[in-house]
Design a protein around this ligand. Sequence first.
Ligand code: HGY
Ligand code: MN
Ligand code: MN
Length: 417
Amino acid sequence: MQQEYTARAERIMQRINELAAISEDADGVTRTFGTPAFVEGRDLVQGWLEAAGIHHRIDGIGNLRARLESPNPDAKTFVLASHIDTVVNAGKFDGPLGVLMGLDLLENLLAQKAELPFHIELIAFSDEEGVRFHTTYLGSKVVTGAFDPALLGRCDAAGISLDQALVAMGGDASQLSLDAIPAAEWLGYFEMHIEQGPVLWERNVPVALVTAIAGQQRVELTFRGMAGHAGTVPMNMRQDALCAAAEFVLTAEQFAQVHGRGLVATVGKLAIGHAASNVIPGEVTCSLDLRSPDEQQLAQAYDYLRGHAEAVAGHRNVDLDWNLVQKTAPVTCDAGLNTLLTQAIAASGYETIALVSGAGHDAVPVSFVAPATMMFIRCYKGISHNPLENVELADLAAAVAVADQFIALLRTQNPTR
Ligand code: HGY
Ligand code: MN
Ligand code: MN
């Protein structure tokens, strides 16, 4: 059996490497929603589905969706999924690993000529990271019926709207409501994903089950002061937008450090308008990414930092725009599916580790309509959103074995009926 799992892991790894060679950047892996590189990468995965003879389609938001039907037309649908869009200068595994492990599971079920008590749908979500339009889960929100059509007018840095980007890649905004799986038809959801944290690496255990996923709030801030001559404006007469932003950034860091217990705050983007070394910055835009598994702690941190940003703008005599662009509550994963996953992990001979995810995943919007859970796979030092992201073949083979067990148990026990 081990040989079989190693061979399957090798093929998954080979596909991950082939997909990683497709990027909108000459160096590093970048495939953001709707770009030609994104479409080329999706075409590659589509080719593997065609070669396997698996029925598939591309939906209105650009998700790639493959399906194995149960002989029972009234059966519910169990979804295996993750995302094929990436952050900028990404690793190879964040997203594609779950999609290509899911493809392997479908190919294996076909090879076994397995009769399914439920339909299985594999989905490669088109936008989990939210890099291009700054709002995440576009693909999974369409599939769960939670997509907000008002987002179609949101523009990217080049001024292209989401609706225009959809049309450019052959999508169709008028179909989006038809692309949802009705809540009554969901049997459950299982996402396989790298841990993106250090626990499994440190404990040297290949997989973990996920009990909860942290809530997150993403904000865009703009500080507007007064551009001026760096050589002539006295220090006590400046309205320096960058110094205001800098004061805010450091307070966000200190607040999260002091209030720990799972709260994290990150400013990942900062842009100075009309930047020049001899000009006092007049306008600065920055991001704020706040996360916590505790909804109350997240709300308190949000309110405190918003108040602090307003206070900084006040004493520095600059204006502030504070724009909440993304808010998702913390979610818990399904106990019934996690019982099965625990059995699958034990049956494969591994210790069961249960983790809370600090990273967001497509399982978040799904968990509002269906029983959802995730399996984490051990990754190098927990590094992610970084080209150093890596998964060892032995850990991938172990994860394939556990995933096989999980699907086998699901076919017999069906915990969420
Ligand atoms: O940001 C996240 O949590 C995920 O990578 N989208
Ligand atoms: Mn991811
Ligand atoms: Mn990610």
